[in-house]
Design a protein around this ligand. Sequence first.
Ligand SMILES: Nc1ncnc2c1ncn2[C@@H]1O[C@H](COP(=O)(O)OP(=O)(O)O)[C@@H](O)[C@H]1O
Ligand SMILES: [Mg+2]
Length: 268
Amino acid sequence: MQEPVISFQQVSKSYPLYYHVRGGFKRFLLNFSKSMKSLREERFEALRDISFEVYKGEKFGIIGRNGAGKSTTLGLIAGVLKPNQGIVKVRGRISPLLALGAGFQRELTGRENIFMNGILMGLTRREVKHKLDQIIEFSELEEFIDLPILTYSSGMMARLGFSVVAHLDPEILLIDEVLGVGDIRFQKKCVNKMMEFKESGTTIVLVTHSIASVIKLCDRCMWIENHTVRMIGKPLEVAEIYCKEAGVDFDPTAYENTISQQVESTMV
Ligand SMILES: Nc1ncnc2c1ncn2[C@@H]1O[C@H](COP(=O)(O)OP(=O)(O)O)[C@@H](O)[C@H]1O
Ligand SMILES: [Mg+2]
């Protein structure tokens, strides 16, 4: 088999416990000096000992309940996070993670953000200019594209983010939850756009709650549970067990949101 373009070897990532004050803030204050000591020493483990590989051209889905560690995994792939332990190897031009607060500058307009991200990805101004119309058209943000993106709703931001990464020809396309925001019509448009990549050499890592999209788009799927890998396998096989454990009927023929919404509502 060919060399993987993404490889995680026993990767762990923790955050300072500061963000996860246990037992509530009141208790934290009452035991202030003890609390401060534990803050300095303790860390919150967002990912524990995860290993997987993604091969060139593969469409790789990541599923799991909220807080499981999916976005942290994407952050490590994108290089915006560093592991505390283990080795992360990534080869190829990678799309920026254009989630809220990451990759987008709030004060810049939509158009300026497209340029900035294109250039950060290594494209020339001329190359970005060439794709600009397509990006704006796909995002359906024509009226707003020259406004600072701090005026955008989260759905608009997600639309711009997806349009940028899907049109700038990355070798590795990272997508985080774009199918969870915005209306169903736009979600379907995103799925169709990703279907265009299906036979291409572009490697895609797709984080989503939409099990049906994973089945439709992905060659393999990783389920992260409790901050570690629960299962990696064929999307249908993983989805079946995932749904079973969530107590949701598994119907692979159901389109888009039906299954995922049920899973969401039982798991959140
Ligand atoms: N910057 C951060 N600082 C502290 N904790 C974080 C940070 N980012 C994520 N976490 C925590 O790490 C865990 C995994 O988060 P995340 O990867 O965003 O999960 P998912 O994307 O699967 O919902 C969560 O418990 C979350 O609260
Ligand atoms: Mg996330």
